[in-house]
Design a protein around this ligand. Sequence first.
Ligand code: ADP
Length: 470
Amino acid sequence: MEIFHISAECYPVAKVGGLADVVGALPKYQSKAGHLSRVVIPGYDTKFKKENTFTNVHSGSVKLGNFNFSYTILKEAADNLGYELYLVEIPELFDRPEVYGYDDDIERFLSFQIATLDWIIERETIPTIINCHDHHTGLIPFMMSNCYKYEKLRNTASMITIHNGLYQGQFGFDKMHYLPEFDLAHANLLEWDNCINSLAVGVKCAWKVSTVSPNYLNEINLSANGLESLFNMVRDKSIGILNGIDTEVWDPAHDKMLEKNYSVADYEIGKKLNKEILCELFKLVATKPLFCFIGRLLAEKGGDLLPQASALALSENYKEINILILGSGNSEIENQLNSLSLDYKGNYNTFIGYNEELAHLIYAGADFLLMPSRVEPCGLNQMYSLRYGTVPIVRRTGGLQDTVIDYGDGGNGICHDQASVGDICYSIQRAISLYNDKAHLKNVIKIGMETDHSWERVCQEYIEVYNSII
Ligand code: ADP
């Protein structure tokens, strides 16, 4: 089967969050399973692009109303990632360091989608399936079935995978003329709440809709930033597939970013050495339980609860625990978290920013990982922490509910129900009790480390879904 994954992110080329990890891994395992899996993302100005060799496979231009953008399709020459990677170079729009957050994001991702389809129809073969990811590629299923120039793709199956339904890529109908010509009788397919909503368009027009966990599929029928009724309407063509993790990249036995590699057989010594380095780096006390958070500092992740929860947990248990936060996002949350460093010096620290290597070291060196998320479509952090022998403390929501079971029920982590300071602190208290009950802790860690979240298994589920629609 020839599969095209079209996305805004792909690890290790351009990463903001979990979308990159999934798009960087799933195609590798699809290729290993014998399929021709390709990834197409915009050609941002990233380290990966500078350090790898690319060949020019196609060029053209995209007309967006009065604007004209030249584009080039570059293929990573050596297939180093285990699948064919293509970058859509549009220098005026993507030759910038960040993936998102520019005033012209609508123009950027619309040009990217049009250039990608323009190129695909010029190729000798027509793909079996086009798998779009999130709203940045949500207009593709509409264009495939409605724009005159993509007539060739009418019978090509399309699927949209929703990694996060909160972000929807809305824009006004004043920009509708950016789209290649189509029968205006179908313009209603673009509309949701009086504007063009890229995610809603993808959900309406794709042959199949998938979410990144089964529980998130249930949740978006109740709460999806205004798209609930749409998700209800398309329930029959929707499926929740739990993400996997790339067990080659995330492997404590071979991870080059760790101080000491380890496996389930010798995790105690391995984790101890990684924790010592981490505590030395952040001036914490390695003999105390270490609670960490990694992620975007936003309300969605419960980031706003962290300053108060940390202060309370540290004052109640002062000197009994360490807390280390790695993340960036809302500047008010960042400032509040930073200001705690003075009050709880020696037991608390932060790294405000993005640091892939540090994230790996934290998964290995921490004892507990905090995930107090309000919304978590799948969540990868808890799966990485399980694999690295770190006990996740999660709010029961989305994919966290699908992957973490409370140790009181014989499971692999600690769970609470409310996104509240009280619930987080109560879970921290339970974690301290578990930490002091070494035999029980060992059992919980072993269950977590032995859980199979590999893509090998999950990749097959994607193939079965593709087969059901082609
Ligand atoms: P998201 O909603 O952000 O996509 P996920 O749990 O699906 O959440 O994936 C988050 C990914 O981003 C993980 O690989 C995590 O390690 C990584 N990550 C998030 N924030 C940071 C950071 N500040 N530094 C390094 N890695 C980070």
